[in-house]
Design a binder for this molecule. Structure first.
Ligand SMILES: [Fe+2]
Length: 264
C-alpha cells in the first residue's frame, strides 16, 4: 500500500496569535495551509512538520499549534528547527495524533527524524549520540527490509544561497558517512530554506519544502524575500521504494511581506 505523506515546514508561529514575521501574519498563513490539507481527498496518512514551528519558541505558540493539529484527523510527527525550543515542544506537542516519537514505521517504510538543533545557533549539527542512534535505527530498518525516509530541519549541503548556506548543517560529511553505509535510504526531506528544492546524492533524493509563511528567493546570495504563495509538499511512498512528490502552492495563504526588511 502507498503511504501518503504531507510535509509542511517553518511555520514560525508566535506566542500572540496575530504577530507578524517580516510583515506576514504567520498563524493566519498556516491556517490557510491547514485548510488546504483538510481539503485533500484522500487525506494524507501522515503529516510531517520539519521545524521552526515557532519563531519565539514559546509554549503558547506550541499549545495553539497542538490545538490546530488536533483539528485534523491525521497522525502528525514533528521536529525542532533553529528557532524552536525543544523543552517547550516536548511539553506541548504531545497529544492524541500529535506524536513526539522520532522513529516509526508505516507499511514497509521506516521514518527517522533527526534533531539538528544547536541551542543558540542558526546552523545545525548532529551530535555523536544522534549519529549513533541514526546508525542503530538504520540497522533496525534494514533488518526489517524497510525503505527509509529521513527527516531533518537543516539542509545537509549548499543550496546556492550564501546567506542561507551559512546556517546549513555543519560538517554534513559526518551524516553522509553513516548514510553511505546503507543502501535502503530512499529519501531525505528538510526545511529551513523556505523554498522548494530537489536534488540527488549517491542515489538518494533530497527534497526541501517551502514555508507555510514567508518564502526566500532561490539562489540569492543575500537575504531576499520571494512573493509566491506558501505551500505544502505531497509525497507518495510506494512499496517498491519509489516515490512521487509535488509541491502544492496555497494561493489563499499568500500575504505580501515587507520587502524593505533585510533580515529576520
Ligand atoms: Fe530554520
Amino acid at each position: 500500500m502507498t503511504v501518503y505523506v504531507v510535509q509542511i515546514s517553518d511555520l514560525h508561529l508566535f506566542a500572540k496569535p496575530h504577530q507578524r514575521l517580516l510583515g506576514v501574519d504567520t498563524e493566519t498563513s498556516f491556517l490557510q495551509v491547514q485548510k488546504a490539507i483538510a481539503a485533500l481527498d484522500p487525506l494524507p496518512d501522515l503529516l510531517l512538520l520539519t521545524g521552526d514551528l515557532a519563531q519565539d519558541g514559546s509554549a503558547a505558540a506550541y499549545a495553539r499549534l497542538r490545538e490546530h493539529l488536533q483539528a485534523l484527523p491525521i497522525d502528525t510527527y514533528w521536529l525542532a528547527g533553529n528557532h524552536d525550543r525543544l523543552h517547550n515542544m516536548n511539553s506541548e506537542l504531545r497529544a492524541e495524533r500529535v506524536h513526539g516519537e522520532k522513529s516509526f514505521s508505516r507499511e514497509n517504510w521506516s521514518f527517522i527524524l533527526l534533531n539538528s538543533l544547536v541551542p543558540g545557533k542558526d546552523s545545525g549539527y548532529l551530535t555523536d549520540r544522534t549519529l549513533l542512534w541514526l546508525r542503530q535505527e538504520l540497522q533496525r530498518s534494514q533488518a526489517a527490509q524497510n525503505h527509509v525516509l529521513l527527516v531533518l530541519h537543516h539542509p545537509p549541503f549548499s543550496v546556492g544561497s550564501d546567506w542561507l548556506d551559512q546556517s546549513a548543517l555543519q560538517q554534513p560529511e559526518r551524516l553522509f558517512q553513516v548514510l553511505d553505509e546503507f543502501d535502503h535510504i530512499r529519501l531525505v526531506i528538510f526545511g529551513h530554506i523556505h523554498q522548494e528544492l530537489h536534488c540527488r546524492r549517491q542515489g538518494v533524493d533530497y527534497l526541501a519544502c517551502p514555508s507555510t509563511c514567508v518564502q526566500f528567493c532561490p539562489k540569492s546570495s543575500r537575504f531576499s524575500l520571494d512573493v509566491i504563495p506558501p505551500a505544502l509538499r505531497q509525497i507518495w511512498l510506494e512499496p517498491d521504494g519509489s516515490f512521487k512528490t509535488q509541491v502544492q502552492r496555497v494561493e489563499a495563504a499568500l500575504q505580501t511581506p515587507n520587502l524593505a526588511l533585510k533580515g529576520y
